[in-house]
Write a protein that binds this ligand. Sequence first.
Ligand code: PMP
Length: 401
Amino acid sequence: MIDVKAIRKDFPIYDREPKLTYLDSAASSLKVKSVIDHVDHYYQALGVNVHRGAYDLAYEATRLYEEARTTVSKFINAQENEIVFTRGTTTSLNMIANAYRDLLKKDDEIIVTELEHHSSILPWMVIAQKTGAVLKYVPLTKEGRITVKEFEKVLTDKTKVVAITYVSNVMGYVTPIKEIIDLAHKKSAVVILDAAQAVPHMAVDVKALDVDYLAFSGHKMFGPSGVGVLFGKNELLNMLQPVEYGGEMADEVFKDHATFKDAPLRFEAGTPVISGAIGLAAAIRYIENIGYDDIHDHTIALKEYTLKKLKELKGITIYNETSDISTITFNVDDIHPHDIATMLDQYQVSVRAGHHCAQLVSRFLGVNSTLRVSFHIYNDFNDCDVLISSLKAAQDFFLAF
Ligand code: PMP
């Protein structure tokens, strides 16, 4: 069971903003003290580069950085040489798309879905335009879900790449990914999984999934911004051309040619995100300490309670009543979502309004923009009540005439 009072003591923002009702964790979670302390320790006590220096401080920084890689690898059941530290999910997904540019040719097929965040569509759209490959979309069900049946409709012998979300950032649906990966592999296609919304809410096991590549971000899981992870099967990463060239990724450099290190350093050109990686490892330890079962039970209870209360209000359209995680996407009839979000801010309620970087989902829903609330472990039932009462106040204010 989650004790929210105790949890809030771990999140220093509540000392500054005791009345904060933060309901935008799907955009970025609040930051936990142990993460801040670990990042601070790196800058206070070390602050030097990794992998390069032959002095104590550099050895210590390298030890912490590589220990962070070990922590990440165990967290998702990967090998250490399969974990590349990046700037975030967006960078990880772009890196893989760029690395596949030379491996794709005209008429090869890339499968994406209408549920993707832009960072899982746009890199492939551009690669398709450059290579002549064809971008295909998995049709969604009426409810807006990706199903195995719909996936099979677009999978062909020409499919080379499947780039797909594990959990939708708008609908909160979990994709039936294991079956999709197995089907894709039967066609010898690789699967790139956008796990940005999955890792903050559920255990992810890359071996059990047999996924080829996977990406997530630190800032959505209580960790620092500016750090993310690219997982890739080691044999695949070593087969790919590097995407960036520079320090620490080359083996031997001559005037006219060079050889490159194996993964992960092959993909970590230049000074890496040292403090970010160290902070991310602290975030992972924090999550492991709490456990995904409690995270799931707590956030789902908040979501169910809020759904019930929202349905009791008049003039609310809910788009994802069957969301699998803690995300609720809705609109208040006759009031623009941005007006609602601005009004809620008067009550220190933070929600997201807009297309959530997933315009194809908005188009699917037939709206320009929606409101999204998303819960995490520091939220309690009072937060849900404050949301509902401030929504009522917004309706009273905007619909009074
Ligand atoms: N994919 C999904 C499903 C997301 O929710 C996000 C963040 N909104 C991203 C990718 C991009 O993550 P980042 O901005 O951390 O690179």
